[in-house]
Design a protein around this ligand. Structure first.
Ligand SMILES: CC(C)(COP(=O)(O)OP(=O)(O)OC[C@H]1O[C@@H](n2cnc3c(N)ncnc32)[C@H](O)[C@@H]1OP(=O)(O)O)[C@@H](O)C(=O)NCCC(=O)NCCS
Length: 176
């Protein structure tokens, strides 16, 4: 008896990391302050998500949603009057998801001093017109740095998968 061959997806051409890099710079104004008068962490997280989504969408040229944000620490405060700059680059692309690395810097406009405030890794998933995950092009890591980031992203992907299956097992244990 003949078996139907599995339907394979057409291969997408790899895209270089450099083609999708994104940078957002924003002046911090009084509306961005927390009750202490410094920049609210949520404002920076919002910029991180936006810059990451732009890089991911540039890579796959589809709509994207944030699936995960790894832990994020704030290493230094940002003040009203500073410029917050978020640099984002796709570290790796899988079947429908992409890991994006972001680096947040704060510039004191009076002195030009640059402070590294935070770094984070996010996972975005590409969606088709029906809102279902859809394949993305592989990432072409062209430089030594990009290849190292891609290898590190693959390790983090495995760690996230382990964490998700552990959480799913725990969830099953509590619901049965
Ligand atoms: C992200 C989402 C589309 C994934 O849908 P899903 O039904 O789990 O889809 P799949 O199981 O087919 O997984 C699709 C991809 O997402 C990845 N993924 C799903 N959940 C993930 C998570 N928590 N962390 C990292 N990656 C995840 C899978 O690894 C897979 O990647 P791959 O195709 O590259 O291997 C779905 O969970 C969703 O819509 N979440 C809400 C997104 C959102 O609203 N974000 C904004 C929140 S404020």
């Amino acid at each position: 008896m003949c078996e139907a061959a599995p339907v394979s997806e057409p291969a997408l051409a790899p895209r270089p990391s450099a083609a999708s890099r994104a940078t957002i710079a924003q002046l911090m104004e009084p509306g961005h302050a927390n009750p202490s008068g410094n920049v609210d962490g949520g404002v920076i997280m919002r910029l991180v998500d936006s810059a990451g989504a732009i890089a991911a969408a540039r890579h796959c040229r589809s709509r994207v949603v944030t699936a995960a944000l790894d832990s994020m620490s704030f290493l230094a405060p940002a003040y009203i009057g500073d410029v917050v700059t978020v640099h984002a680059a796709v570290n790796d692309a899988n079947r429908t998801s992409m890991e994006v690395g972001v680096r947040v810097e704060v510039e004191d406009l009076r002195t030009g001093e640059l402070r590294h405030v935070s770094s984070a890794h996010l996972v975005f998933v590409a969606l088709d017109e029906q809102g279902r995950p859809t394949p993305v092009p592989p990432l072409l890591a062209e430089t030594e740095v990009e290849r190292r980031r891609q290898e590190q992203a693959r390790v983090r992907r495995q760690q996230r998968a382990l964490l998700r299956s552990a959480l799913a097992a725990k969830e099953r244990g509590t619901t049965h």
